[in-house]
Design a protein around this ligand. Structure first.
Ligand code: ATP
Length: 463
């Protein structure tokens, strides 16, 4: 036992020496810590720690990656909206690491936009997840092969496979929302037309505005009020169980501004325009598909409905037509079309506007004209004195002129369209000359109109 005591004192320090050793160790570690904090700033420390962790986590196991492809078109038919959103989104992510970029600017757009070219990569970080974007061109596209700068293609986004769900459910929505916010106030409207079973789009840059429209002031105001009320009533439509859509029937002679009014509506609402030519619709299924593919916040236009035998002639029977396919198209009436739209759109719960135009309201299916069918019937009439003042201000920049009184006296009876008067005003920048042209035109127009009236009167009296 004594031996063991002697042995123990030789190999183990006493409690007091242990305490003094600990005290000197903690003093020097505090000193070292202070020196370290003095010399190494907080940011550098965080950076070093993160690099250290990344280095060891990479060494631990090499991650595997998944890739999503965002193609130019979806389903081979319609434009893939996600690619447009991705383009906008990535334009803000392109940085100094990208040595070659495409740049451009739309008319009316405030800032220059950048885009990725083939092979260039962008690394985006979303909630700590790294996503690598790359743009690639379609291999089977001939123009892609020959034209280095042709930008039809697709995006690849690559990420660690453990984040697949997060990317799919959250990140892609984040891209759509961010791109929407980025384009707000700078939205370039699109005009969609139907071709090869899908919708093709081009930029829609019609300059028409409500201010520039030559039409009755009260009518103009009632249209704007109607649109505003419609947009504010989402809950109301939901409550009464009706599709949140509004239908307008524009009727009047050619050149009275029906297309201009549609463009003014689109510009006012910042809604895209879908031009639906019923003559290009091949079947009921095609019509349903076309209607279902129409985006929310859009105006669907069916122009010159009176020229479309397919929709106003309801009384045709199958024996009238040998061709089954065309018979099928001719089967749907305008009110049938509206029912179809109501049915399809009621489930979508998003705002949509539909506009029909006609030069001859009188030949339309009476079912369409029944109250409640189209929400508002808008008569686009020949130019009035009030409307002409708007044109004069738009084209010549003046509000008063000595010839205006004489023009006012003729304008109502001459039945001139705003389009024809606009043509006359375009002939000169000099108000004296331009308004002189208008006056001559109205005089000739009046003579023509009186002659036509005389012929009609003679016909009526001979009957
Ligand atoms: N009410 C109007 N206010 C201002 N400009 C007008 C108006 N109506 C016509 N115009 C001018 O005439 C051009 C042709 O008019 P627009 O195409 O809008 O007429 P429309 O009634 O749609 O004719 P159509 O029935 O032949 O399609 C317009 O681009 C515009 O310059």
């Amino acid at each position: 036992m004594a031996y063991s005591f002697v042995e123990n004192t030789r190999f183990y320090p006493s409690t007091s020496s242990l305490l003094s050793l600990y005290a000197s160790f903690s003093t020097s570690s505090m000193l070292l810590r202070n020196i370290y904090h003095e010399l190494v700033p907080k940011k550098l420390e965080t950076f070093l720690v993160s690099k250290f962790l990344i280095f060891f986590s990479r060494r631990k196991s090499s991650p595997s990656y998944d890739t999503f492809i965002i193609d130019d078109s979806w389903d081979g038919l319609d434009r893939n909206k996600l690619i447009d959103a991705a383009r906008f989104y990535l334009s803000s992510k392109i940085g100094p690491k990208n040595k070659i970029i495409r740049i451009g600017k739309f008319r009316g757009q405030k800032n220059v936009t950048a885009a990725l070219v083939e092979g260039e990569k962008v690394v985006d970080v979303y909630e700590g997840i790294e996503i690598t974007w790359q743009f690639a061109k379609q291999e089977n596209d001939d123009r892609s092969k020959n034209d280095k700068f042709y930008n039809k293609g697709y995006f690849e986004l690559k990420f660690e496979d453990q984040y697949r769900e997060k990317i799919f459910n959250d990140y892609l929505n984040h891209i759509v929302d961010t791109s929407k916010a980025m384009t707000k106030g700078e939205k370039v409207l699109k005009l969609y037309t139907r071709s090869r079973g899908g919708w093709d789009s081009i930029d829609f840059r019609h300059p028409s505005t409500f201010d520039a429209l030559a039409m009755d002031h009260n009518l103009k105001k009632s249209i704007i009020d109607d649109i505003d009320r419609f947009l504010a009533r989402k809950d109301y439509y939901k409550r009464i169980g009706k599709a949140w859509k509004r239908g307008y029937l524009l009727y009047g002679p050619p050149g009275t501004g029906k297309s201009s009014l549609i463009a003014a509506m689109a510009n006012y609402l910042k809604f895209d325009v879908f031009d639906l030519e019923l003559a290009n619709i091949t079947s009921d299924a095609d019509l349903r598909k076309a209607m279902l593919d129409i985006d929310r916040k859009s105006i669907t236009v069916i122009e010159d409905i009176d020229c479309n035998s397919t929709v106003h002639n309801r009384s045709r029977s199958k024996s009238d037509d040998s061709d089954d396919e065309s018979f099928y198209v001719k089967q749907f009436s305008l009110s049938g079309l509206l029912n179809c739209i109501d049915g399809l759109w009621s489930s979508c719960g998003e705002e949509r506007i539909i506009v029909f135009t006609t030069n001859h309201k009188e030949v339309l299916d009476p079912a369409l004209l029944r109250p409640g069918r189209m929400d508002m019937h808008i008569h686009m009439s020949y130019c009035t004195s009030e409307g002409f003042r708007v044109l004069v201000y738009n084209y010549l920049g003046i509000k008063e002129h000595k010839l205006l009184e004489e023009i006012d006296g003729l304008i109502q009876s001459a039945e001139a369209t705003p389009a024809s008067l606009a043509e006359e005003l375009l002939k000169s920048d000099d108000p004296d000359v331009a308004l002189g042209e208008v006056l001559n035109f109205l005089k000739q127009q009046k003579i023509k109109k009186d002659n036509e009236d005389k012929i009609v009167e003679e016909k009526v009296s001979s009957v």
